[in-house]
Design a binder for this molecule. Sequence first.
Ligand SMILES: [Zn+2]
Length: 367
Amino acid sequence: MTYRVHDPDIHWKQMKPVVGECDESPCQLRFALTNYAVANGYQLWVMKSDRHRVIARCGKIYKKDRCPFRVYVAWKYNERTFQIKSICNIHLCARNFNFGTLVSCNWLAKHYLKDIIMKPKMTLTEMKEDVLRMFSVNVSKGQCHRARTKAREMIEGKLEEHYAKVWDYAAEILRSNPGSTCKVGVDSNASGMNYFKRFYVCLKAFKDGWNRGCRRVLGLDGCFLKGQIKGELLTAVGRDADNHVYPIAWAMIDVDNKDNWTCFIELLVADLDLDCSRGLVVISDQHKRMKMMARRGGKIKYVGRIRATHGSISQNVAGADEVVLTCHEKLDHEDFENIKDLQASGYDHGEIVEAFNKRGIRCWLRV
Ligand SMILES: [Zn+2]
């Protein structure tokens, strides 16, 4: 005979104990029972709760006309399944939404796990109001504080487990995408512990696609990652034949420093075989990265600096062999001494264009 297995993904209000239902553990069962009680306003009281069984009743006070609801849950014989053995699913009690110890910080933490990941700066007052709105339960700020701490512990524990699998993830990427590049970098300390440093991915399909069918445009940028685990995401993107953004490579790093950027650019240059490239446009908001690229990609002729791309690269750029994307208020590349002078005397488009033309640069873009 097959029994219903508890689905932890159903909406919390729909969780209802049914005889024969199987749970993973007493912990999962208690969570489902609390959801059932909070959704319906039942004053459930867990009479017995140990490694072997859980017995819950409705209402704590023994009296003649007490609510007959009772549930008995125990392990299945010879199986690691916690099963509802018997249940009297009748309530004669009045609805009451003061749950006391039934609403524990563990229960709150489980419900607010996703919210705390998405909104790490959520205040206790906001959380308290949200609990009242969502569950019609009035909890104190202290309970919210304990729940938030518990949730953070759960998240950090989970994320640490995920980071431990980073080598497996890299091996799977290499297995399923032969020819790709995937590098894991860690820092090891004296006690033998490894700390995450960087993770670089460039898939074979993206590599080939860029070399065969994309414009010679390379955008480099990084963004800070928010949430429990901080870090930065570095990306290299190109432009395809339709002028759409084309992903090339990305890397997750612990901190934004020269070492990580150098490693990222070196791997990128090797992957895209940039040493034998003809004209190449590099777009970045950091002059240092341009210099790094220029040093490593031998034939990159012109590099420029822009403050922000805003995702708009002019049609003029498409197809041009040697292009400078530049012309913001700061032009400090050594190739553009004349423009520096112009900069000092004021910002004049006409003169800048003239200066560019003199140097044989075929097109430029102001952003
Ligand atoms: Zn009842």
